[in-house]
Each structure stands twice: as structure tokens, then as C-alpha cells.
Design a protein around this ligand. Structure first.
Ligand code: GCB
Length: 620
């Protein structure tokens, strides 16, 4: 996104910044040693009346409550307009009982994602706080629930975004598409007069609530804390290294089975699978082995894909072969659910990705639900995994200088890698999307450079690290060229040189000449044109289906000439909801698909194009 008007007002940071680093995040599973209780369902709900800025939640709040579905974003589940415009705390409540048969177990309460921050009360007592709306957190409740009685669970959820949160809000300033009118006294006065409002510094609706499942799960008292898998290829064999952390010292044993259930390797640390079948992206064979880790009475089972990832020169190698990224920037977004977990939609999206002959997507602009990564492991879809660091402000340099803000960003990166490290589908980490800068001040350089240095050693698989940059003065931008892969969002022909594809291609080529000299692989992580389905023109102009196809065809023709361009991710997979504003009519319409996943003409265009482009060794 290139054209924006804003007033950047620096607000002093007032929140306290306890580290949110969770460290161990094995996904809850049912097996002979572990149990899971799903707390999804209909909960009681109410919006805060503005009187409780601290998120203190009492039973009596619920005397005047409504019903809400969990998991889901609350915003589109009620016709009261306050649900969409709400800014502040909201409260959820339900009761539950843990079967007494589980009383000898270690009992955990896990939230997959509460957006953006949460306070959890059990029987009126605050037991957990968490900041950040897209990653899981958990707390042990063993001693609080072992009586077999009914318990009250209240979750206070805060959707406010500001200069301290990821993603970032522009508290006190303007939203993404707002106009400054910085020196119009009446506008300035009206801004002070109006009720509190969220001003996203990003282009997707600020959907909030208990967006992903809430579960109680159990483990034995002595348990497997964490498993880190790394894989390597040695001739025809696959080598799988398991780093297993346990609650106390003790022997661990591991078996690896193939799809037929035959044990192909066993041991306690580094295992060799003879004549291994590798994990290949679709339409190749995304082969998964099943590893079972045993420690005392505890057991944990996980899928393992044997594959390697490496950047060499201008190539991105998967299993030592140069991969070409064909795919999208996406969103978790759909009608009614908002950003709420929707397995039905995820399965449909995977199917549409396959239908378009794509092989990859970026989790723009936040980590997605874990079930999606699991689907991608199984279906062979490659993921660029992104943090919620979107729209970090740079018009004021100050945000880069706030130490504890960067610490929060580091914690989120750590949690992301901790959660997703074992997925073969994840091939690269994106530290964030489009810091809001036109040229990069030294403080921005220091910030991102330091973050890159910090991120690299977090991943035992040493996957490439990048961040995704907006249209900017690429000659002055010193950070992007330092990334393992250069990921650029470009809207030549849309936000600039609008509609003039000759000029757009001329400009794009000038920029590509620059990148060619950097000797790095480049992915066009975003390019696109808003398009109204059913709007047809004989002479392609902006917003028509014909223009969207022409736009992509013209740009792709240029990309095809450049060997170092190793991927194309049109923006966006599907239309999605945004904040209302002068540049969005019913959301962002750059989807190749409509919001309900019907193809526009451009989806058919890419389906054909990508059927003709090999996934490996495209640009020999
Ligand atoms: C961008 C952003 C994305 C927007 C897109 C647009 O560069 O990364 O979040 O939705 O532009 O359509 O403006």
C-alpha cells in the first residue's frame, strides 16, 4: 500500500510489559496418556460499558448478557452496531466441570488465540494474563479444579490496539485510510469529542474475541514438555534429530513409523530412516512419518516431514532443488465468523489453492490457527510464517527506540517459532509486514537488523528469515537487502501510475534492475488490483475483471524475465473485510476469489498460468 494520509501522534506507552514468552506449546492431543476437553460452544457475553478500563470481570456483569459462539470473532455475531465498533474490554463466561476420573492428572487450560489481550478468571480469581492475539497461551489449573465441582470461567478480552501492540493501532492519530486534516480545528475538536475508537494502522478489520478454540488438556504429572525436530538428507537416507524436553530427568524413547504403520527407525535422539521418502510440496508427495515419543507414562505423537530448506545465491532450495513460490498473501477472514477459527473454510481454502495450481502462501499478517499448518503439512502447501508485526510506525522514529516494544516483538517471534518449528510446511519466517516507513531512518535499521540477528538462532532448522517491505525508496532502504530473501510488496499500476500498465512495467523494471545487482532471491509478496466481480469492460480499466487479468499478465511477463525472482504471491487469495474508509467499499476487493471463494476471471488466469509453471527449476 503506497498512498496513505496520516498524522502520527506519539503516545507515551503506559502498559506494563511482562514477557509473554510461553516456551512450550505442544498442540493438545488425545492419546493413551493425554486427554482433551473442548470448551467450544455457546458462552455468555457482554461488551464493557466503558467503566472498567482494567478488564476486571465480575459474575454480576453477566446478569445482563447475551449469547456468543466460541470460537469466533464477536463483531459480526450481533446486529447491535456496538459489536462492530466496540473499543475496549468484552467479557465471556461459561461453566465447566473436569471429570473426577482425571483428578490424578496434570490439568492445563489452553487458549489458542484471544485477540488482542486477555485476563482469565477462574471462580473469580485472576489466573492468567496474556498480550497478543494470534498465539496460544496456557496455564496449569490442576489444583484449582480437582474437586469434580462446577467451575466458573470468565475471560476478559481487550481489542484495543495502539503504538505498543502488534498489530499496531494509531491511537490519537488516524486510521489506515483516514485523512489527516491536521490543521482543521473542527476536525481536531471532533476527534477529541468522539467516543474511543480503534484506529488500525493496517488494512484488515480488527476482528476480536476468543478467535480460536479453548481447551482443557491433561498430561501425566511427569510429562513431555517440548519436542524440537530437525531433519537432514544423507544420500538416500533421512536423518531426524529429536530434542526432547521433559519435566524431570529420565529416559526417552522414540519410534518413527511410515504410513503403513511399520517402524522404520527407533532410538532416543538422532534416528536414521533408510531410503527415506522426503516431504515435497504439492503436486509432489508431501510424505509424513509418524513419530511417537515416550517418557515415563507420557506419550506424544507428531507428524514429521523429512526435508531441507536453504538459500543459495539467488535460489531457494527445498531438498536441494530450486523452488518457485506460486501462491498468495491470505487472511483468516470470512463472513459471520470474522477471524474466528473455521476448519470448514480452511479445508475449502486448501482445496482452492490446489485448484489454482498454487503451492504456497504467506500467513499475512499474523500467525494462523495451528490446524491450518497441519493441513498444509499433509497437503504439501509451503508457508511463509509471519508475526502480527504489521504497520510498525516509522513516521515517528520513536517506536523503534522503545526498548520494551522491541522486547514484545522478540517474545512474539520466539513464541511463533516455538509453536510452528516442527511443521515441514513452514519454510521461512517473516518478522513482519510493511513497517510504515518511506525511507529508513537509522533507528529502523537498528531495530530490524537487531531483530534479524535475534531470530536466526531461535530456529534449530535454520530456516531463512525475512521481513516484507512496502513500496519505498529501495535505494535508500538498507534493511531489505540484508534479508535472506528479499520480499517486496509492489503496487505499480494500482496505487501509483494507476491504470497505466506501460508506465507501471517500465518502473517495475527499473526497480528490478536494482535488485538484480543485490544477488539475492526476490519474491513479489504482494501485487494486485481491487476488482468488482461481474464488472466487465471491453477496454480494461481499474476495478474491472479485465483490468485485474491484464494487470497480472503484464507484471508476470516482466517477472518471468528475471531469474532471481523466485516467486509471485498476488494480493490477495480472496476479498476480505477491512475498517470502513474512503478507499474501501465493502472491504478490500483485491481477491482472486470473492469473500465466499468464487473465482474471479483472474483466478482462472492464474490456474492456467500456474499449471504451466513447474514448482522446481522454473528459471534455469
Ligand atoms: C499492502 C498491505 C496489505 C494491504 C494491501 C492493499 O501493502 O501489506 O495489508 O491490504 O497493501 O491492498 O492495500
Amino acid at each position: 500500500m503506497a498512498v496513505r494520509f496520516r498524522l502520527w501522534v506519539h503516545i507515551p506507552i503506559s502498559l506494563s510489559w511482562n514477557s509473554q514468552y510461553n516456551q512450550h506449546m505442544l498442540y493438545p492431543e488425545i492419546n493413551k496418556a493425554r486427554n482433551v476437553m473442548d470448551l467450544s460452544g455457546v458462552w455468555s457475553f457482554r461488551l464493557d460499558d466503558g467503566k472498567h478500563s482494567d478488564g476486571y470481570a465480575e459474575e454480576k456483569f453477566f446478569s445482563n448478557s447475551t449469547l456468543i459462539a466460541v470460537p469466533a470473532s464477536y463483531n459480526d455475531l450481533n446486529e447491535n452496531p456496538d459489536f462492530r465498533s466496540h473499543c475496549g474490554w468484552a467479557y465471556y463466561k461459561r461453566t465447566f466441570t473436569v471429570p473426577s476420573s482425571l483428578s490424578s492428572e496434570r490439568i492445563m487450560l489452553r487458549f489458542d488465540a484471544v485477540t488482542h489481550s486477555a485476563k482469565v478468571y477462574l471462580d473469580g480469581k485472576l489466573i492468567k494474563e496474556h498480550q497478543g492475539g494470534f498465539l496460544p497461551f496456557e496455564t496449569e489449573i490442576t489444583d484449582l479444579v480437582k474437586d469434580g465441582e462446577e467451575h466458573s470461567l470468565i475471560v476478559a478480552v481487550d481489542n484495543r490496539i495502539n503504538h505498543s501492540t502488534l498489530p499496531m493501532g494509531n491511537e490519537g492519530g488516524t486510521a489506515f485510510f483516514g485523512s489527516d486534516n491536521a490543521d482543521v480545528p473542527s476536525v481536531i475538536a471532533a476527534k477529541k469529542w468522539r467516543k474511543p475508537v480503534n484506529l488500525p494502522n493496517f488494512d484488515f478489520f480488527n476482528y476480536a474475541g476468543i478467535n480460536r478454540p479453548v481447551r482443557i488438556y491433561t498430561t501425566p504429572k511427569e510429562y513431555i514438555k517440548d519436542i524440537t525436530v530437525t531433519t537432514a538428507i544423507n544420500g538416500d537416507d533421512g536423518v531426524i534429530d529429536f530434542d526432547v524436553e521433559t519435566s524431570a530427568p529420565g529416559p526417552v524413547s522414540i519410534t518413527v513409523k511410515d504410513k503403513e504403520g511399520k517402524i522404520v527407525a527407533a532410538g532416543n535422539k538422532t534416528l536414521t530412516v533408510k531410503n527415506a521418502r522426503l516431504w515435497w510440496p504439492r503436486p509432489g508427495d508431501p510424505y509424513l512419518y509418524k513419530a511417537t515419543v515416550t517418557y515415563g507414562s507420557d506419550v506424544y505423537t507428531l507428524n514429521v516431514g523429512i526435508r531441507t530448506v536453504e538459500v543459495k545465491g539467488t535460489e531457494f532450495l527445498i531438498n536441494n532443488k530450486p523452488f518457485y513460490f506460486k501462491g498468495f498473501g491470505k487472511h483468516e477472514d470470512s463472513a459471520v465468523h470474522g477471524r474466528g477459527f473455521d476448519l470448514v473454510l480452511d479445508v475449502k481454502d486448501i482445496s482452492m489453492i490446489g485448484w489454482m495450481n498454487a503451492n504456497s502462501f504467506r500467513t499475512s499478517h499474523y500467525p494462523y490457527a495451528e490446524e491450518m499448518y497441519d493441513l498444509c503439512d499433509r497437503e504439501g502447501i509451503v508457508i511463509i510464517d509471519e508475526t502480527p508485526a504489521v504497520g510498525i510506525g516509522g513516521t515517528s522514529e520513536d517506536v523503534y527506540k522503545i526498548g520494551h516494544f522491541q522486547q514484545h516483538h522478540k517474545d512474539v517471534l520466539k513464541d511463533l517459532i516455538e509453536r510452528d518449528k516442527n511443521h515441514p510446511s513452514v519454510v521461512m519466517w517473516s518478522m513482519g509486514n510493511e513497517p510504515d516507513v518511506v525511507t529508513f531512518p537509522d533507528s529502523a535499521y537498528d531495530y530490524w537488523h537487531d531483530l534479524y540477528e535475534y531470530t536466526k538462532p531461535l530456529d534449530k532448522q535454520q530456516r531463512p528469515v525475512t521481513f516484507v517491505v512496502n513500496q519505498n525508496n529501495y535505494e535508500r532502504d538498507r534493511i531489505t537487502r540484508e534479508m535472506d530473501v528479499v520480499c517486496i510488496n509492489r503496487y505499480y499500476g494500482w496505487y501509483n501510475l494507476s491504470g497505466d500498465m506501460d508506465a507501471a512495467c517500465y518502473a517495475l523494471n527499473l526497480e528490478l534492475d536494482f535488485w538484480e545487482k543485490q544477488n539475492k532471491p526476490v519474491i513479489l509478496t504482494e501485487y494486485g488490483a481491487d476488482t468488482l466481480p461481474g464488472f466487465h469492460l471491453s477496454s480494461p480499466e481499474m476495478f474491472s475483471e479485465e483490468f485485474q487479468v491484464m494487470y497480472y499478465d503484464r507484471i508476470n511477463t516482466e517477472l518471468d524475465k528475471r531469474k532471481f525472482v523466485i516467486g509471485e504471491h498476488p494480493w490477495n487469495f480472496a476479498d476480505f473485510n477491512t475498517i470502513q474508509g474512503p478507499m474501501r467499499a465493502d472491504g478490500n476487493r483485491k481477491g482472486l476469489l470473492t469473500r465466499d471463494r468464487r473465482p474471479k476471471m483472474s483466478a482462472h488466469y492464474f490456474r492456467k498460468r500456474w499449471s504451466e509453471i513447474p514448482d522446481f527449476s522454473y528459471k534455469k
